[in-house]
Design a protein around this ligand. Sequence first.
Ligand SMILES: Cc1ncc(C[n+]2csc(CCOP(=O)(O)OP(=O)(O)O)c2C)c(N)n1
Ligand SMILES: [Mg+2]
Length: 281
Amino acid sequence: MSDSAILQRITTQVRRDIVRMVHAVQSGHPGGSLGCAEFFTVLYNDIMTHNPKNWDMNGIDQDLFFLSNGHISPVFYSTLARTGYFPVKELATFRKLNTRLQGHPTTHEGLPGVRISSGSLGQGLSAAIGASLAKKLNNDSKLVYVLMGDGELQEGQVWEACMFAAAKKVDNIIATIDVNGQQIDGSTKDVLDIGPLKPKWEAFGWIVLEMNGNDVADLQATFRKAKSLTGQGKPIVILMKSEMGNGVDFMMHSHKWHGIPPNDEQLKNALAQNEESLSDY
Ligand SMILES: Cc1ncc(C[n+]2csc(CCOP(=O)(O)OP(=O)(O)O)c2C)c(N)n1
Ligand SMILES: [Mg+2]
């Protein structure tokens, strides 16, 4: 089996984890999480240099990841557990009282792999740029990754950070925007059109790449290209086209499943579409 095929099989387990977690507590955000299953699987299993067993907050000599759109915590937690940051069985505590797996990630609980609290949209890029600058001060050549939502770009702070990174030549950051065209209340076009993103980010001085977020091989190739373009005086952003709810047919092509849980029958249906390629928690 090729590398890509193995990674593809992991994504169906991540999808199972997402829908099972959200179903169990009848709350959480399955749509964006499902759309980003391939992104997380490829980033954590194939792209990043990281050491889950020896995790610490500083992450010196390791690549760092910041989740800015914190509501898609189910896909983040599943990926962290499945790559060894904490026991897979802990996924069963998602959103329960006193859990380390809060609905939106927090640092307070000390969950390995979580470096910022997020959920209040717009802040992750700024935090990631700070970490990128810290790496430069430490002569640490590893990279910083950050994921944002497309609706999230309606927050003004994103554009301050965008302007700052290019002006200060922060060239050890690879940002990705989940361009699923949807947000909580409808399509991004209807709620507040964010316009064509490529010319905007280019005008701000970033290198802009594009990829299909639901195509493992394309993710692998584009991340590799992005890495090859670091260190050239410009920050890098990848516009990632994805499908909200991807991999569960009745959750796709709509914003409806941004933040609602499946019922028992819908869970059964979603699981039937996604192979248990690793063991369920
Ligand atoms: C500062 C801030 N404003 C509003 C919200 C409420 N909110 C949560 S998710 C969301 C939609 C964000 O859209 P997008 O980033 O595209 O995420 P997706 O729906 O694609 O998962 C909003 C407005 C928030 N979490 N933070
Ligand atoms: Mg979106």
